[in-house]
Design a protein around this ligand. Structure first.
Ligand code: NAD
Length: 334
C-alpha cells in the first residue's frame, strides 16, 4: 500500500535529517507519495505566508505529516509556526518517548519515560501585551476541556501499552487556579483507571528527581511549557536532542517530528544526528500500521548503535549525517 504523507523538511538541520530519513524509508521498502511543502521563513519567500494554506490543506487531506524543525525568531518576528500548526490542526497531544540507545554512554541505563505534553494552550497561547512601558503581561490559558482531553489521552495510552504509573507535573502551589484546574481534571480521569498508579509532583522537584533517578518515572503528564522543558531535560538523560522522537496527535491528523529544533550552529555541515527524525518516522509508520517495516528500521538503528562504529559527533562518533543513514541502510538490506 502506498501512503500519502505531507513532508515539511523545515530549515536549519531539517533538510539534512529529512534527506537521511527518506533514504532509510526507501531502503525499508515503504511506499510513500510525498507531498513536499514548506513552512516558516522558507514558505514566506514563496507564498508570502509563514504557514501557507496549501500546507494546512495537504495535512488535512493526508491526515499524516512528517516535519523537520522550523526556526522561530527569538524575542521578535513571526509567531512560532510549530505552535500555530499544532493549534490549527488540533494536534492536542505531544507524545515523546525517551529511551536509552545501546552504546550511548549516559549516567543512567534503562531510562524509559513517555512524556505526554498538552500541545494547544498554556503560556503558548501567544497572548502577550504591554500593559504600560516596562510592564508586559503573558496569558497562561488552562481550560478544563484541554486538560481533561490530554489526561484521557495519557491514561488511555498507559492502559493500552501496559504502563504502570502516571506522574502529573504541576506548580499548583503557586498557580493555584490554572495548575489547580489542570490537576482537578487529571484527578477525575485518574479515578477511571484504578490499575494505574497516579502521583502528583511539583515541577521543580520533578527536575531534581529526574536527574537523580529517572527510573522512577514512567508516563509523565504535563501542561505545554513544563512538557517542553522536561522533554529536553529527558533528552539530555539519554544522550541528547539528536535522539528523541515525537508525535503531535489529534483526532483527525498526526504530525511527527523530533523534539529538537533547527540547531542553526550545526546546520549545513552534514553532521546533525538524524536518529530523532528517523525514530519520529518510525512512530509515524507504526501509526499507519506499517509495524513490521517500522520495527525493521528500529532494529537497524539499534544495530548501528550497538556496533558503535558509525555514529555522529553528538554521541561521540565522527560520522556524517549521511554516513549514519548509510550504515542504517546497510543493516536494513543485509
Ligand atoms: P535546538 O534543539 O535546535 O538545539 C539545541 C542543541 O542541541 C544545540 O546544541 C544543537 O546543536 C543540538 N542538537 C539539536 N538537534 C541535534 C541533532 N539532530 N544532532 C546533533 N545535535 C543536535 O534548540 P535551540 O538552539 O534552542 O533552537 C533553535 C531553533 O529551533 C529556534 O529557532 C527554536 O525556536 C527552534 N525550535 C523548533 C522546534 C520545532 O520545529 N519543533 C523545536 C525546538 C526549537
Amino acid at each position: 500500500m502506498k501512503h500519502n504523507i505531507t513532508l515539511i523538511p523545515g530549515d536549519g538541520i531539517g533538510p539534512e535529517v529529512t534527506d537521511a530519513t527518506i533514504q532509510v524509508i526507501q531502503a525499508a521498502g515503504i511506499e510513500v507519495e510525498w507531498d513536499i511543502l514548506q513552512a516558516g521563513a522558507e514558505a514566506f519567500k514563496k507564498y508570502g505566508r509563514y504557514l501557507p494554506d496549501e500546507l494546512l490543506e495537504s495535512l488535512q487531506r493526508n491526515r499524516v505529516g512528517l516535519k523537520g524543525p522550523i526556526t522561530t525568531p527569538i524575542g521578535e518576528g513571526f509567531a512560532s509556526v510549530n505552535v500555530t500548526l499544532r493549534k490549527a490542526l488540533k494536534l492536542y497531544a505531544n507524545f515523546r518517548p525517551i529511551k536509552n540507545l545501546p552504546g550511548v554512554k549516559t549516567r543512567f541505563e534503562n531510562v524509559d519515560i513517555i512524556v505526554v505534553r498538552e500541545n494547544t494552550e498554556d503560556l503558548y497561547s501567544g497572548l502577550e501585551h504591554t500593559v504600560v512601558p516596562g510592564v508586559v503581561e503573558s496569558l497562561k490559558i488552562i481550560t478544563a476541556e484541554a486538560s481533561t482531553r490530554i489526561a484521557r489521552f495519557a491514561f488511555k495510552y498507559a492502559r493500552r501499552s501496559g504502563r504502570k504509573k502516571i506522574s502529573a507535573i504541576h506548580k499548583a502551589n503557586i498557580m493555584k487556579l490554572s495548575d489547580g484546574l489542570f490537576l482537578d481534571c487529571v484527578r477525575e480521569v485518574a479515578k477511571l483507571y484504578p490499575e494505574i498508579q497516579y502521583e502528583e509532583l511539583i515541577v521543580d522537584n520533578t527536575c531534581m528527581q529526574m536527574v537523580l533517578d529517572p527510573l522512577k518515572f514512567d508516563v509523565m503528564l504535563l501542561e505545554n511549557l513544563y512538557g517542553d522543558i522536561v522533554s529536553d531535560l529527558g533528552a539530555g538523560l539519554v544522550g541528547g536532542l539528536g535522539l528523541v522522537p515525537g508525535a503531535n496527535l489529534g483526532d483527525d491528523c498526526a504530525v511527527f517530528e523530533a523534539v529538537h529544533g533547527s540547531a542553526p550552529s550545526i546546520a549545513g555541515k552534514n553532521i546533525a544526528n538524524p536518529t530523532a527524525m528517523l525514530l519520529s518516522a518510525v512512530l509515524m509508520f507504526q501509526h499507519l500500521g506499517e509495524t513490521e517495516k517500522a520495527n525493521r528500521i528500529v532494529r537497524a538503528i539499534l544495530a548501528v548503535y550497538s556496533e558503535g562504529k558509525v555514529l555522529t559527533s553528538d554521541v561521540g562518533g565522527t560520522a556524517t549525517t549521511l554516513q549514519f543513514a548509510d550504515a542504517v541502510v546497510h543493516h536494513l538490506v543485509n
